[in-house]
Design a binder for this molecule. Structure first.
Ligand code: NAD
Length: 352
């Protein structure tokens, strides 16, 4: 099959591409604008593979998208391109509206025109998989409540509101035009190649540099953490085996308070790379003013994808977070090139 993946130079998209190229014979076209979050160095393991190709395209550019569809002729589309960082959406929501809403609309239209022109046999097997977040459901009040596929949308941040809008567009294109779509809503991911502005890599790298470990409010926000390679496996299962028109929630069965996450990382680092001054890394924790509109708790009921597609995560939080810390310790070069901006400066030689 030919699989067109948007946002494949990002954290989750690159994990999906590595998973597909290493485990299948499918052809992949990575369509990515290469914003600050896009890093082709995350694909260095597979970028010489004959089944992999890259095209630098903004998903708001209808003409370039149409050309990519016509020349690559995808059987499947996996749409991950997005502006994804909540803090950035608070400081500057415009890019989130443009990419997440207008970009998804533009991609849906490109997919619809391409799909409508396909021969009947190819038309029936084409699928458009939209990758979304559990943040569209907003905050959970009861401590035992879980987000299910029928939980009402109640987004709190410009990021989650823009993702909620894009989910609605995808459903509308399915109901109105019959475009064969699937949607997944996933909890917080962590793992290798995560951009260093996000909580887990930020804590690891700040700790190694002896800097403060900033924690919002009291650190009592609860997230359901999923190891990114488990998410990549789930996404491939949904796009290949999922039922068109359905939504699947994906979660890690790993609810943790942010402060617990930070303390766990500190303990692993104390063991693997203790501070030169002998102090525990926890001494670097510093509580900072909470983010406006910060949701307290997200937690996913992932029983549908387990029952219907037989997917559960392989990693517990304990095994996944240890793997992640070890990956960062072994790949400081990748991190430093992101932190000093060299991953962006050397893109001119990128494979087209
Ligand atoms: P990311 O920010 O790491 O990567 C986003 C990618 O999209 C980058 O490669 C970027 O260059 C590309 N991109 C941005 N704007 C673009 C545009 N206009 N045209 C083409 N490409 C563009 O994001 P991520 O964490 O890998 O998330 C991927 C998807 O999964 C997003 O849709 C996000 O909403 C969703 N998601 C993320 C998480 C998480 O914990 N990270 C959880 C659930 C769902």
């Amino acid at each position: 099959m030919n699989i067109l993946i948007t946002g494949g130079a990002g954290f989750i998209g690159s994990a999906v591409i590595r998973h597909i190229i290493k485990n299948t014979d499918h052809q992949v076209l990575n369509v990515d604008k290469l914003t600050y979050a896009g890093n082709l160095e995350s694909l260095a393991d597979i970028d010489q593979n004959v089944n992999y190709g890259f095209s630098q395209i903004d998903i708001c550019d209808a003409e370039s998208l149409a050309q990519a569809f016509d020349s690559f002729k995808p059987n499947l589309v996996m749409h991950l391109a997005a502006e994804s960082h909540v803090d950035r959406s608070i400081d500057g929501p415009a890019e989130f509206i443009t990419t997440n809403i207008v970009g998804t609309y533009t991609l849906l239209e490109a997919a619809r025109h391409y799909w409508q022109a396909l021969a009947e046999t190819e038309k029936s097997s084409f699928k458009f998989h939209h990758i979304s977040t559990d943040e569209v459901y907003g905050d959970l009040e009861g401590t035992m409540d879980l987000f299910t596929e029928s939980t009402a949308y109640a987004p709190s941040s410009p990021y989650s509101a823009s993702k909620a809008s894009s989910d609605h567009l995808v459903r509308a294109w399915q109901r109105t035009y019959g475009l064969p779509t699937l949607i997944t809503n996933c909890s917080n991911n962590y793992g290798p190649y995560h951009f260093p502005e996000k909580l887990i890599p930020l804590v690891i790298l700040n700790a190694l540099d002896g800097k403060n470990l900033p924690v919002y409010g009291k650190g009592d926000q609860i997230r359901d953490w999923l190891y990114v390679e488990d998410h990549a496996r789930a996404l491939y299962k949904v796009v290949t085996e999922g039922v068109v028109g359905e939504t699947y929630n994906i979660g890690g069965h790993n609810e943790k308070q942010n402060i617990e996450v930070v303390k766990t990382i500190c303990k692993i680092l104390d063991e693997l790379q203790p501070q030169a001054n002998g102090e525990p890394y926890e001494s670097l924790i510093s509580f900072v003013k909470d983010r406006p509109g910060h949701d307290l708790r997200y937690a996913i009921d992932a029983s549908k994808i387990d029952n219907e597609l037989n997917w559960t995560p392989n990693e517990s939080f304990e095994s996944g977070i240890r793997k992640t810390v070890i990956w960062y310790l072994d790949n400081l070069d990748w991190c430093r090139r992101v932190q000093d901006g060299s991953y962006q400066r050397e893109r001119l030689g990128a494979k087209e």
